[in-house]
Ligand binder design. Sequence first.
Ligand code: CP3
Length: 346
Amino acid sequence: MYPANTVVTDVLLGKRTSRTPVWLMRQAGRVLSEYRKVREDAGSFKKMVTTPELACEVTIQPVDILGVDAAIIFSDILVVPEAMGLRYEMEENRGPVFPRRIDSANDLRDLHIAQAEELSYVMDAIALTKRELNGRVPLIGFAGAPWTIFAYMVEGSGSKTFSRARRMLYREPELAHHLLDMITASTVNYLKGQVKAGADLIQIFDSWAGVLGPDQYDEFSLKYIRRICDEVTGVPRIVFPKGAFFARRGLNDVNCEAVGLDWNMDIRESRQLMPDKVLQGNLDPCALYATRDDIRKATIKMLEAFGPDKHIANLGHGLYPDTEVDSVRCFVDTVKEYSEKVRGRK
Ligand code: CP3
């Protein structure tokens, strides 16, 4: 039996903790040789995502290997559009691709609002992982923000500019809102299902927030994130609006406990703009390519800027696959050791 580690949920609930909690976006993935082994045996990414035993195994790996304070369920944000009727494929070295994409009102006829039962493999993976974790650390559920999911559904793949998706906002805003509405309803069902299955907190990934301007962000993204946060209750919620520095003031009154910062966002300025929120982040993932000594320094500098309270340490975006495991450990250990020392002095 391991003692229960609840530092992540404690900080989110406003309780005092002995130190700053730490986990990493993309902590379950290619940086771990143990992950690559499971991935090779499984044969494909989707096979792992749809097999609860495999998803459970790689979800727990970083808890054992890296010592992080939370597990995040191994899945992908693109399972939601798939459940709505738009299948995706994960291509090696290219990322996700949709064989069919959404271009016109006609294409919406093949879509439906997804129910949690259509993603039962995720719910089973969550329930199994909760049993296996046995209270060691909280389990994070997640979904993409409607705008980010919309961007993939309209674009058909990743993109530098998402200009096809953004074109729809200008040319056919009603169609865009119709699709965003369907994605939002599906996401609410999905996240409620995850909470019912045992997720202890949830994170909403708005990875492509930064390609919109402030007015469009309010209209086509933040509005729908607000709806999700108003409807999915009972667990703490973290919103990660990558690149949307202009939206920080507005995010302070979204019904969520925490906001994730990317590394472009100034920490002290973010505190002023979002005084009511726990902040998560925000070390540049590339900082982990530096020497151990410099990783330590950069991590301490980040911790000092956030201060000891209302902070969950993380990177400013997901781990890059070629990061050395020992460098990740150095980040995790520095957060734990330094923040514990600071607390001890207070
Ligand atoms: O964080 C975790 O450890 C949990 C697992 C997780 C994955 N994807 C696994 C994954 C999470 C939380 C995601 C979310 C996700 N997926 C996002 C939002 C976060 C972000 O990074 O902005 C996005 C945009 C996607 C879509 C996606 N999935 C892309 C663009 C790619 C290709 C790029 C890449 O990193 O390979 C994926 C593939 C993917 N999702 C992998 C993993 C581990 C790599 C696939 C593999 O191992 O073969």
